[in-house]
Design a protein around this ligand. Structure first.
Ligand code: 3H9
Length: 695
C-alpha cells in the first residue's frame, strides 16, 4: 500500500481511505494502493465487508489527468475496478463532494453506494475529449435508463445525490457528512442482513427506445459540432446494450485509447490546466486582495447592467449610477429582467431575487452614493474624454483604498489613471457582453497599478465565477488587439475573392461558434467603425485598408440592431445581404484587385496565421504573460473552439513552422500585413512550441 491509500479494520470491516489531495485523483500510487489493499483483503476471510471513502473535501474526482500523455503504468484502472467488483465480500463506496469520471467508475465497481446529501456525481470525460474509459459507459446504463446514461455521458453534467437516488445510481443518502462513519454503518447493516456482493456488470443493460442512438448521434452532430468524443460515447454506450459486458468493456477501452491519442484530447486538457494556471502569477502570490463587498457601477447600458447582474448574482451589493431618472429606471428594468431570467433558469431563488431588489441593488444619478464603494467599475461610452471626466469625479468622491476600474475594451488605462491622484488604485476590468453570461474578464494592469489591486481583480473574477486573465496596456489588450489583426486578414481574403459568407461558413466549419461577419452584425457594425475611425489618423499608409464594412455602416446598416448588416434579419432566419457583394466588387475594381477563388483551407490558414502571429507579438511584448493567457482569452471571450485549445495550442498542433510558412506565402500578396513576429521565427528556428513558454 502507499500513503495515499490507508487500510484500517473495524469490527471485521475493512475501511479503505483514499488520501491524495486536492481531489483524490486516481494516480498510479492510488491505483497501486487500492490493488494492494484488495489483494490483502482477498486473503483475509475474517473481513465481512469493505468500505471505500475519500479523505478531505471529496471522494475521487477522476483519473489523474496529469498522467495523461505519459506511458500508462499498471495497474490500469479498468482492470483494477474489475478486480474490486469481483471481491467476494460486499464493497461499499461511501462518497461525498464531486464523484467524477474514474471516481464514479470506481463507485460503480463497488456493490453498494451511499452518498452525502450534497454530492455531485458525473462522468465529465467528454469535456476533456475522452469517454469514460474504466467501465462507465458499460455500468451506468445497467443502473439508469439508457437515455439518462447518454445524457450524463455526452453532456458531462453531474447529477445531485437526490437525482442519483431516484435513478438508482446510488442506494442511500447518508444522514451525516462523515463518510467513514456513514460507510461503516451501512456496511454493518448489510452484513447484518447477510447481503452479498452485487456486481453491476452482472445486471442486464436497460433497454433503449427504438432509434435512440441515431437520434442522439444526430443531435450531437449539431450540438457538439466537430467534436470526436461525444460520437464515440454513443458508440460505447451502444456496445453496452448490444454486447456482452466483457466485449462492451473491450470496445470502450479501444475507443478510449483512440481518443487519448487525439489532438482534441490534448487541446481540451490544455484548456483545463490553462484555465487553472492563468490566475497563478508571481506578482500576486501571497498578496491579499482588498475588501470587496460594495460595488459601484457607472453606466446602466447593456454592459453596466450585465456587470451589475453578475455582481448581484455573486452576492455583492451594487450601486449603479446613470445620468438621469429615465436612464436609472431603464437600467433598473434591465437588471431586474436579467435577474428574473436567472430565477427562471434556477440559478437564483425567488427569495434571493426579492432580497436583492429590496436592498442589495440601488440605482440613482448621484455620484455621492459611491463614497463607500470598495470598487467602482466605469462602463460608460467608449471615449477617452468621457472616461476622464468620470474618473475625475470618482477621484474626488471615492474613499481612500477604493479600486477604480474601467471597463474600456481598447483605451489606454494609464492615461485614464493619470487623471486621478491615485493611479495605483486604477485598473482595467474588461468584461464581455453579456457580462452576466460570458466567463472572460481581462484584468488590465497599468504601469502604476498596485499588486493588491491586481489581486482584487482576480478575486473579483473568482467571486463572479469568471476566469480572469492578466493583460497589459495596449490598444485592445489581448483579445481585441488580436481580433483587429485577424479581422484585417479575413477582410483581405474578401478583397482577394472570397465572400463574407464564404468566410463565415469556412470558419464555422472550422469550429467557431459564429463566423466573424455574423459576430460583427451581432456586436453592431458601428462599434468596429468607431474603432477604425479612432485609429484612422495613425493608420500606416502601406496598409491595404478594406472599406466595405465602413460603407455598409455609413449607409445606415449596423447589423442586427438595424435589421441589416452583412446579413438581413427581416425574416425568421438571417440570410446573406447580397448588396454587400456590390460594395466589395466596386472596391476590388477601385483597388485594381482581380478576384480569385479561395479554398476554405486558405481562408482558415489566413485567419489562423494572422491570429497566431499577432498573439506571438502580444506574448513577446508582455501584453499576455504566457501563450496560455492568449488561449484562455480566445476560448472564453471569442468563441474559439475549445476542442482546438486556443490559437497557440493550434499552432503547436499544426506546427509553428507551418504557420510561419503560411505567413511568408501570404506576404507575397501583402507584405505589410504579413510580417512574421520575431518570436514565431525564433520558435520555428529552434523547433520549439508555444507551450514551452508556458512553464
Ligand atoms: C477520467 O477519469 C478518465 C477515466 O474515465 C478513465 C481512465 C482510464 N487529475 O478545479 P480546481 C487539480 S478523466 C489531476 O481548481 P475546484 C486541478 O488541476 C477525469 N488533477 O478546484 C487543481 O490543481 P492546482 C475526469 C486534478 O474545487 C486542483 O485539483 N474528471 C484533477 O474548482 C483543484 O482543482 C474530471 O474531469 C484530476 N482529475 O473543482 C474532473 N481534477 O491547485 C476534473 C482537479 O494545482 N476536475 N485537479 O491548480 C474538476 O472538474 C474540478 O477540478 C473539480 C474541483 C470539480 C474536481
Amino acid at each position: 500500500m502507499t500513503q495515499s491509500v490507508n487500510l484500517t479494520l473495524e469490527d471485521n470491516i475493512a475501511v479503505i481511505e483514499i488520501a491524495n489531495p486536492p481531489v483524490n485523483a486516481l494516480s498510479h500510487a492510488v491505483r497501486s494502493g487500492l490493488q494492494d489493499a484488495f489483494r490483502g483483503i482477498a486473503e483475509n476471510d475474517a473481513i465481512k465487508a469493505i468500505v471505500v471513502y475519500g479523505a478531505g473535501r471529496t471522494f475521487v474526482a477522476g483519473a489523474d489527468i496529469r498522467e495523461f500523455g505519459q506511458p500508462p503504468k499498471e495497474p490500469f484502472l479498468p482492470e483494477l475496478i474489475n478486480e474490486i467488483e469481483s471481491c467476494t465480500r460486499p464493497v461499499i463506496a461511501s462518497v461525498h463532494g464531486t464523484v467524477l469520471g474514474g471516481g464514479l467508475e470506481l463507485a460503480l465497481g463497488a456493490h453498494y453506494r451511499i452518498a452525502a446529501p450534497k454530492t455531485k456525481l458525473g462522468l465529465p470525460e467528454v469535456s476533456l475529449g475522452l469517454l469514460p474509459g474504466a467501465g462507465g459507459t458499460q455500468r451506468l446504463p445497467r443502473l439508469v435508463p439508457v437515455t439518462k446514461a447518454i445524457d450524463m455521458i455526452t453532456s458531462g453534467k453531474p447529477v445531485s445525490a437526490n437525482e442519483a437516488l431516484e435513478l438508482g445510481l446510488i442506494d442511500q443518502i447518508s444522514g451525516e457528512d462523515d463518510m467513514r462513519a456513514a460507510g461503516l454503518a451501512y456496511a454493518k447493516a448489510l452484513v447484518k442482513q447477510g447481503a452479498g456482493p452485487r456486481p453491476v456488470s452482472g445486471l442486464p443493460c436497460n433497454t433503449p427506445e427504438d432509434g435512440l442512438f441515431d437520434k442522439a448521434r444526430a443531435t450531437l452532430a449539431k450540438k457538439a459540432r466537430g467534436q470526436l468524443a461525444s460520437q464515440k460515447c454513443i458508440d460505447a454506450i451502444e456496445g453496452a446494450v448490444n454486447l456482452p459486458f466483457a466485449e462492451g468493456l473491450a470496445q470502450e477501452r479501444a475507443l478510449f485509447r483512440a481518443l487519448m491519442d487525439s489532438d482534441q484530447r490534448a487541446a481540451l486538457i490544455h484548456a483545463f490546466f490553462s484555465e487553472r494556471q492563468v490566475g497563478k502569477l508571481p506578482e500576486i502570490k501571497d498578496v491579499e486582495p482588498r475588501i470587496l463587498e460594495n460595488v459601484g457601477i457607472i453606466g446602466g447600458g447593456t454592459m453596466g447592467s450585465g456587470i451589475a447582474t453578475s455582481a448581484l448574482l455573486a452576492g455583492l451589493t451594487v450601486t449603479l449610477i446613470e445620468r438621469d431618472a429615465e436612464a436609472v429606471a431603464k437600467a433598473e428594468g434591465t437588471v431586474s429582467k436579467n435577474l428574473a431570467g436567472a430565477v427562471k433558469r434556477g440559478k437564483l431563488s425567488q427569495e434571493k431575487f426579492d432580497a436583492i431588489m429590496a436592498g442589495h441593488f440601488k440605482a440613482g444619478s448621484d455620484y455621492d452614493a459611491l463614497a463607500e464603494a470598495d470598487l467602482v467599475i466605469e462602463a460608460v461610452f467608449e471615449s477617452m474624454d468621457v472616461k476622464k471626466e468620470v474618473f475625475g469625479k470618482l477621484d474626488k468622491i471615492c474613499k481612500p483604498g477604493a479600486v477604480l476600474a474601467s471597463n474600456t475594451s481598447y483605451l489606454d488605462v494609464d492615461e485614464i489613471a493619470e487623471i486621478t491622484s491615485r493611479p495605483a488604485d486604477v485598473i482595467g476590468l474588461h468584461f464581455f457582453s453579456p457580462a452576466h453570461v460570458m466567463r472572460l474578464l481581462e484584468i488590465v494592469v497599468g504601469a502604476k497599478t498596485a499588486p493588491d489591486v491586481v489581486a482584487t481583480g482576480f478575486a473579483l473574477a473568482k467571486r463572479l465565477g469568471k476566469i480572469g486573465v492578466r493583460a497589459g496596456v495596449c490598444d485592445g489588450f489581448i483579445g481585441n488587439r488580436i481580433l483587429a489583426t485577424y479581422r484585417k486578414a479575413i477582410d483581405g481574403a474578401v478583397l482577394a475573392g472570397a465572400s463574407p459568407f464564404d468566410v463565415d461558413r469556412a470558419l464555422v466549419d472550422f469550429g467557431l461558434a459564429m463566423g466573424p461577419f455574423a459576430v460583427s452584425d451581432l456586436a453592431g457594425l458601428d462599434i468596429g467603425y468607431m474603432t477604425r475611425q479612432r485609429l484612422a489618423a495613425t493608420r500606416d499608409p502601406r496598409e491595404v485598408y478594406a472599406e466595405f464594412s465602413d460603407k455598409l455602416c455609413e449607409d445606415g446598416h449596423h447589423g442586427r440592431k438595424t435589421g441589416r448588416g452583412f446579413y438581413d434579419y427581416s425574416g425568421e432566419q438571417p440570410v446573406p445581404n447580397d448588396d454587400i457583394l456590390g460594395y466589395i466588387s466596386e472596391e476590388r475594381a477601385a483597388k485594381g484587385i482581380e478576384s480569385r477563388s479561395l479554398s476554405d483551407q486558405e481562408i482558415i490558414d489566413r485567419y489562423m496565421a494572422a491570429m497566431v502571429n499577432e498573439a506571438a507579438l502580444v506574448v513577446e511584448e508582455g501584453i499576455a504573460q504566457r501563450p496560455l493567457d492568449v488561449d484562455v482569452t480566445l476560448l472564453n471571450g471569442y468563441g474559439f473552439p475549445r476542442w482546438r485549445g486556443g490559437p497557440m495550442q493550434y499552432a503547436d498542433t499544426v506546427g509553428v513552422d507551418k504557420i510561419l510558412n503560411d505567413i511568408k506565402r501570404f506576404a507575397e500578396e501583402d507584405d505589410f500585413l504579413w510580417q512574421p513576429a520575431p518570436l514565431l521565427e525564433k520558435l520555428a528556428a529552434e523547433g520549439k512550441t508555444f507551450a514551452s513558454l508556458n512553464a
